[in-house]
Design a protein around this ligand. Structure first.
Ligand code: DCP
Ligand code: CA
Ligand code: CA
Length: 367
């Protein structure tokens, strides 16, 4: 098999860089983007900050009042998160990326894997120029900088990218991969959080090199088969996960039978509310937004019918599902005299929100 050339691009201080982009005069100042909880004017947390603010000790997740205290006496500027704007910028960059990759896997609003093997003919030398070309193109067309890691697989690309920020370019060739990982702390691996790294420390494993040499059978005993093997392979720079375009479901739906045939709206909504809970759960897990909502019903004459509504804005909340389900049934009951036996709710017309994380992550314990 030909060596793969996999790239991870991660936008620099993303939300804060977006704010600088539309307001260039703030570029030389500390910039903080926060989520304001709305309780008091001050309460909330730092979403991210530019690198100038980071020099003062500002960090993502820190309470805003603390960030303010650290930046006292500076000409720092604070912004409220504006996801819609950041998503737009992200979409434009992802669009550009897709022209440079045989396949593109967006992992979050500011991160994507690109399989560029064919584009650079398997050459890591060519990958350097190629990365610089993509960076220049995005900088020209959108105005955003990002860091790049290039490696023979996704794990190496990710860790390479993290090792040099902002505006970094780190290339790890296949023959360098093991030596590159060897000295790093185990928690640099995707899936090794606090709990897991404590567990590993108890086994005497602190670095990825130590993990690589650790008995694989023992890892399986401690972490289970899937994760044990994943840790063993990852530490040995082995990762065959393909860069996968996000194949999304076309729709998510649930159907249920009513306890009795009815023409009563409240009775029907009791059932559809249950179905909605389920749908909402799946929509949230998959990080989807939907544009269309449909209802389905089987009437006592055993004919089935559907009704749909297209929303003005993509939505992802439970209330929108409930509200529109109610509206559609209300209308249907008004038009039809038949009683209803079975009901269904469906959402569709998905837009890419923040696509799912790597599937393997569903196995990781939450830590
Ligand atoms: N984010 C957030 N809350 C956090 C971490 C991140 O709201 N605790 C948001 C803001 C970031 C974006 O996600 O801009 C991307 O997160 P990153 O971890 O990639 O961090 P940045 O892009 O801000 O900085 P870096 O230059 O380190 O990548
Ligand atoms: Ca980033
Ligand atoms: Ca990121």
């Amino acid at each position: 098999m030909q060596n793969r050339v996999v790239m991870l691009a991660d936008f620099d201080y993303f939300f804060a860089q977006c704010e600088e982009l539309r307001n260039p005069v703030i570029k030389d100042k500390p910039v903080v983007v926060g989520v304001y909880s709305g309780r008091t004017e001050e309460s909330g947390a730092v979403s991210t900050s530019n690198y100038i603010a980071r020099k003062f000790g500002v960090k993502s997740g820190m309470p805003l009042f603390l960030a303010k205290r650290k930046l006292e006496g500076t000409d720092a500027v604070f912004f409220k998160v504006d996801h819609e704007y950041y998503d737009q910028i992200s979409d434009r960059i992802m669009q550009i990326f897709s022209g440079y990759a045989s396949s593109l896997e967006q992992v979050s609003v500011d991160e994507a894997y690109l399989d560029v093997t064919e584009k650079v003919e398997g050459s890591f030398e060519k990958a350097r120029d190629y990365s610089l070309k993509i960076k220049a193109n995005v900088k020209n067309q959108v105005g955003i900088s990002f860091s790049v890691g290039v490696g023979p697989n996704k794990i190496i690309a990710k860790i390479a990218c993290d090792s040099q920020k902002p505006n970094g370019l780190t290339i790890v060739k296949p023959e360098e991969a093991q030596a590159f990982l060897e000295p790093l702390d185990v928690d640099r691996l995707l899936g090794v959080g606090k709990k897991t790294s404590v567990k590993m420390a108890e086994l005497g494993i602190k670095t990825i090199g130590e993990l690589a040499r650790y008995d694989c059978q023992r890892l399986i005993e401690v972490f289970g088969k899937v994760i044990g093997i994943y840790f063993h392979n990852a530490a040995n720079a082995i990762d065959n996960e393909p860069v996968q375009e996000q194949g999304e479901a076309e729709s998510i739906s649930r159907i249920g039978t009513l306890k009795q045939d009815t023409h009563d709206l409240a009775f029907i909504l009791q059932k559809t509310d249950e179905l909605t809970e389920d749908i909402y759960k799946e929509v949230t897990e998959k990080n989807l937004s939907f544009k269309t909502l449909s209802i389905y019903m089987v009437t006592t004459d055993l004919s089935s019918k559907t009704r749909s509504v297209t929303l003005e804005q993509p939505a992802k909340d439970k209330e929108t599902i409930k509200k529109n389900t109610k509206m559609l049934f209300e209308k249907f009951l008004f038009e039809s005299m038949f009683e209803i036996r079975r009901v269904g709710v469906k959402v569709s017309g998905f837009s890419k929100e923040e696509p799912r994380q790597k599937q393997l992550s569903s196995f990781f314990e939450s830590d």
